[in-house]
Write a protein of this length. Structure first.
Length: 110
């Protein structure tokens, strides 16, 4: 179970790194990168899987923290999907980057 948890955490961190890197990297180009939506959705899904694996095992889960992070991750995924499918979606890159940093800060400090 520990190996699965560690693997999911790795995928989760890589997904958030992809979202943050693409959103900040493409701010100046004024275009929406293609992998942004996939990174945001995979971060959301792997986060849910991490909570599920930890609930099945003997690990403690802070449900308030998970709830806050889930809402932020859902908003980031929604904005990423909307940015990729709409004209003018590059205006949503800054909020995606900001919410991603907020989500990472909550993970570290709470």
């Amino acid at each position: 179970m520990d190996l699965l948890d560690s693997f999911l955490v790795l995928l989760h961190l890589l997904s958030w790194a992809l979202v943050l890197g693409l959103s900040v990297g493409f701010l100046r180009r004024r275009e929406v990168p293609k992998g942004l939506m996939h990174g945001a959705i995979s971060a959301l899904v792997t986060g849910l899987l991490i909570v599920g694996v930890r609930e099945m095992g003997d690990m403690d889960v802070n449900h308030v923290k998970v709830g806050i992070k889930l809402v932020i991750a859902a908003v980031v995924a929604f904005l990423a999907v909307r940015a990729e499918r709409r004209a003018g979606g590059e205006k949503l890159l800054a909020p995606v980057a900001g919410l991603t940093v907020l989500n990472m800060a909550i993970a570290v400090f709470i």
